[in-house]
Ligand binder design. Structure first.
Ligand code: C2E
Ligand code: MG
Ligand code: MG
Length: 426
């Protein structure tokens, strides 16, 4: 019906020499509502969203639910300015909470806009381009509107190129595992390491993960990448053991998708066996969002990994959704305080309180607490006072290739606590 109405509206616009706006809306984090309150409440929310959208528009406009939490608005005789005004109205209307089953829910929405005839001549083109703009709105941090611009499709093409290059890179062995030491805050002794992927691109040099992990996640290549890292880490650990270095635990970052695969536990078990490693040799880092989306399959995988004896850590803790129920339900051994809290620890009292709270929370649940991104002795000092257990960061050592990491085994790289205490914190 949307397609029919759009064809008709486009034909009229063409004859009358008018513009037409198509807005593509997607609720932000709708899945969290479904997962925390249940599907019936999720449905009830969608009904209310539809009613609120309808109340904002004219009778000649069309509100359509495309599926899931996606809506399309068709606005005849609206150009760029009109589309912006309507999108602003929608964003403002979402500032009022929705009341579902007695809960007051704050829901935001992201909006992408495409205008006939500038951004496309057909319904399909307009829809596709509005979707591209929506994708950008999500990347811009959600709860916002973005108008389509032609350059956006260029980046979509670049994404495809990058994806196919990355696929080849995995096969061609262009990925490298770097290792960053994880140390005891108190004395700087080595406690373990985190493996971080790098792409040694033949033409572009060393590419940091921030530039290709999002592409890998969007395309599903992330599972192959995670498997490659696990293999690379196990191979390296076995080589270090064979060379007589003491046993080490290395953490590997795995994406949400990995844990949804029921066979992932078996693959990890086989890998450890093939390299003659005990389960304590690897630890897995997952983000809060992984746990949020944790359906039955993810939970089953996490429990199976725990049974195997593999420890799990939550990465970037404190940046995700604030439901803490999963800490109780799922087999977590460690929390990693996100770098954003550590960065301004010295100057920002709020961050200091947050870090201290995470340490207390973690310890009261019996978890190890690790601080990420520790760069100065002042930060180390505060974290130590707060009772944080372990740390990673440039203060101790950056991620380095395996050849350079061996300096850590003989204790040469240890950074003991300086004899004079850092200045007291105001
Ligand atoms: P992460 O797991 O939270 O890793 C910590 C990041 O902080 C690393 O960035 C590390 O190099 C950086 N870092 C360490 N110490 C400091 C410091 O003192 N100051 C500052 N400013 N930064 C520090 P990197 O290597 O660029 O990795 C970025 C992110 O990419 C990682 O965040 C992780 O989420 C992801 N990633 C890296 N390797 C993999 C991988 O093999 N698989 C997956 N799925 N994700 C990975
Ligand atoms: Mg990590
Ligand atoms: Mg992190």
């Amino acid at each position: 019906m949307l397609a029919q109405r759009a064809e008709l509206a486009l034909a009229l616009a063409a004859r009358r020499d008018e513009e037409l706006a198509l807005l593509f809306l997607d609720l932000d984090r709708f899945k969290e509502v479904n997962d925390s309150l249940g599907h019936a409440e999720g449905d009830a929310l969608l009904v209310q969203v539809a009613a609120r959208l309808k109340s904002l528009l004219r009778g000649s406009d069309t509100v359509c639910r495309l599926g899931g939490d996606e809506f399309v608005l068709l606005l005849p005789d609206a150009g760029r300015a009109g589309a912006t005004r309507v999108a602003d109205k929608v964003l403002a209307a979402f500032r009022e909470p929705f009341v579902v089953a007695g809960h007051s829910l704050r829901v935001t929405v992201s909006i992408g806009a495409a205008i006939y005839p500038h951004d496309g001549a057909t319904f399909d083109d307009l829809l596709k381009n509005a979707d591209t703009a929506l994708y950008r709105a999500k990347q811009d941090g959600r709860n916002t509107q973005v108008a389509y611009a032609r350059e956006m499709n260029v980046t979509a093409v670049e994404r495809l190129v990058l994806e196919s290059e990355l696929r080849k890179a995995i096969e061609a062995g262009e990925l490298v595992a770097y290792f960053q030491p994880k140390v005891y805050l108190a004395d700087g002794r080595l406690a373990g390491a985190e493996a971080l992927v790098r792409w040694r691109h033949p033409a572009r040099g060393l590419i940091p993960p921030g530039q290709f992990i999002p592409v890998a996640e969007a395309s599903g290549l992330i599972v192959a990448l995670g498997d490659w890292m696990l293999e690379a880490v196990c191979r390296q650990l076995a080589a270090w053991r064979a060379a007589g270095f003491p046993p080490l635990t290395v953490a590997v970052n795995l994406a949400a998708r990995h844990f949804r695969d029921l066979e992932c536990t078996g693959r990890i078990q086989d890998l450890l066996k093939a390299h003659g490693l005990p389960p304590q040799a690897v630890e897995l880092e997952l983000t809060e969002s992984t746990l949020l989306d944790a359906g039955a399959r993810t939970t089953e995988t996490l429990l199976a990994l725990q049974q195997l004896g593999i420890e799990l850590a939550i990465d970037d803790f404190g940046t995700g959704y604030s439901s803490l129920g999963y800490l109780k339900r799922l087999p977590i051994a460690a929390l990693k305080i996100d770098q954003s809290f550590v960065r301004d620890l010295v100057t920002d009292p709020d961050d200091r309180i947050l870090a201290a709270t995470i340490v207390t929370l973690g310890h009261s649940l019996g978890l190890t607490v690790v601080a990420e991104g520790v760069e100065t002795e002042e930060q180390r000092h505060i974290l130590l006072e707060q009772g944080c257990d372990l740390a990673q960061g440039y203060l101790f050592g950056p991620p380095v290739p395996a050849e350079r990491f061996v300096a850590w085994f003989d204790g040469k790289a240890v950074r003991p606590l300086p004899p004079v205490a850092s200045p007291p914190v105001a």
